[in-house]
Design a protein around this ligand. Structure first.
Ligand code: SAH
Length: 413
């Protein structure tokens, strides 16, 4: 039963009006009865709000998925979270000043550059939020001014915090408009004193007038300059700029389903297309004969190679290339591929990739999608060219937002 949506004045996270009673919902164990309030709902743009119960949200997502892709085959439903809060392992805050020159931190208002002050977010890692609040207080006592985008004055622009859910490691990235930070080492000392759980602190220099958070240059102020996390039994290195899924608990479920659908026996030649830092391929490597990963982003490919070494995986290789062009080459060289994992960005795949995929004719294709609409378009193509959709399942990677993630298994007719 859904309770009344109640808003309360919230000044800090202690007064969150949160009563999440887990109920045995039809679609796995999810928190169905939620009574919640957020002071910046509708302003910050980080989520779609908490008006519906979580269970209702899952139902809506499943309906959208089925509306888009249901005509191609059966879906096993939507895998939700038991506790759909504080799942984000990457938290960003922009810093600025209010009308009275008080330092504020939070998110940009949707489609604008006005800062909405946020101290605690129901989606963020709670420690990360607490560290951001501490940094704001420290800035005041160290007399460090936030950067003003309009005038170009000031120093402090953003904070990015990344946490390793399994390892407990925490990286703090301080983004400044200039590499010169007054009382740098005392600031680091004071921050570490308040938060001894921080394992590394990085200074990132961003002196550009763009909306990108991170600049090119980095200086490690404390620790190794990166953190590590464990996903499906494999260790992954995460640096300030690495791509890494933001919801680690659900990512394990997503990758678990992808590997299950692939039904590998230990002999297959596997292609991990749009592989990012190599996560899916590395997790599947124990059950495969050989794995090839392809990815456009050079930094991600470098991380993928480091991840392979760190996990002593020797049957995997990575290529920095456009996935479509790479597939055309493989098809021209008549390379035998048994199973293809593909995890394209929101725009989905392209004709070059899909037509070469059909030529390579793997037994199974496991399509991981973050956009049901482009998934439907690509399924239409593949199901006309000799593939059948066997099954699919939704995984709620981003509770309280409209994003829908899906894994689909296709096999050769
Ligand atoms: N499978 C990875 C990454 C998925 S995100 C994971 O789960 O972590 C999609 C990835 O596709 C991104 O890393 C992006 O850089 C990459 N990408 C986007 N367009 C590409 C293209 N044309 N060819 C190869 N990779 C591409």
């Amino acid at each position: 039963m859904e309770k009344e949506f109640r808003k309360k004045e919230v000044r800090n996270k202690e007064v969150w009006n949160r009563e999440a009673k887990p109920v045995a919902a039809q679609k796995g164990k999810v928190s169905g009865t939620v009574q919640i309030g957020c002071p910046v709902t509708g302003k910050c743009g980080g989520c779609q709000g908490f008006k519906d119960s979580y269970e209702k949200q899952l139902q809506k997502k499943e309906k959208f998925l089925k509306d888009c892709c249901g005509s191609f085959g059966k879906f096993e439903g939507m895998i939700g979270m038991v506790d759909p809060y504080h799942y984000r392992n990457k938290v960003h805050a922009v810093f600025g000043e209010d009308g009275r020159h008080n330092i504020i931190s939070g998110t940009y208002e949707e489609k604008s550059h006005r800062i909405v002050p946020v101290d605690a977010c129901l989606l963020d890692d709670e420690k990360a939020d607490a560290i951001i609040v501490s940094i704001r207080k420290l800035l005041k006592s160290f007399k460090i001014r936030p950067y003003n985008e309009d005038t170009g004055y000031g120093l402090f622009r953003h904070v990015l915090i990344r946490t390793g859910r399994h390892t407990g490691q925490i990286m703090v990235v301080l983004v400044l408009a200039s590499p010169v930070m007054p009382s740098k080492s005392n600031f680091v000392k004071a921050l570490r004193k308040e938060h001894p759980e921080i394992t590394t602190i990085v200074l990132n220099v961003n002196n550009r007038g763009t909306s990108m958070v991170l600049g090119e240059k980095e200086h490690v102020l404390y620790g190794k300059g990166y953190i590590e996390d464990v996903l499906c039994g494999k260790r992954f290195r995460i640096s300030a700029k690495s791509f890494y899924q933001v919801n680690p608990l659900q990512t394990e479920k997503l990758y678990g389903k992808a590997v299950e659908f692939a039904a590998l026996t230990g002999k297959e030649m596997v292609l991990d297309a749009y592989c990012g830092t190599g996560t899916i391929g590395l997790i599947a490597s124990d059950k495969a004969g050989e794995v090839i990963g392809v990815e456009l982003n050079g930094a991600a490919v470098r991380d993928a190679k480091i991840n392979a070494k760190a996990n002593q995986v020797n049957n995997i290789s990575f290529y920095e290339k456009d996935a479509g062009q790479f597939m055309v080459q493989l098809a021209e060289q008549h390379v035998k591929v048994d199973v293809v994992f593909m995890d394209p960005p929101r725009a989905g795949s392209d004709e070059a990739f899909l037509s070469s995929l059909v030529k390579l004719s793997p037994k199974r294709v496991v399509y991981v999608s973050c956009n049901p609409e482009t998934l439907a378009r690509d399924l239409r193509y593949l199901t006309k060219k000799g593939y059948r959709m066997e099954k699919g399942v939704g995984v709620d990677m981003f509770p309280w937002t409209e994003h829908v993630e899906t894994v689909v298994l296709l096999s050769k007719c």
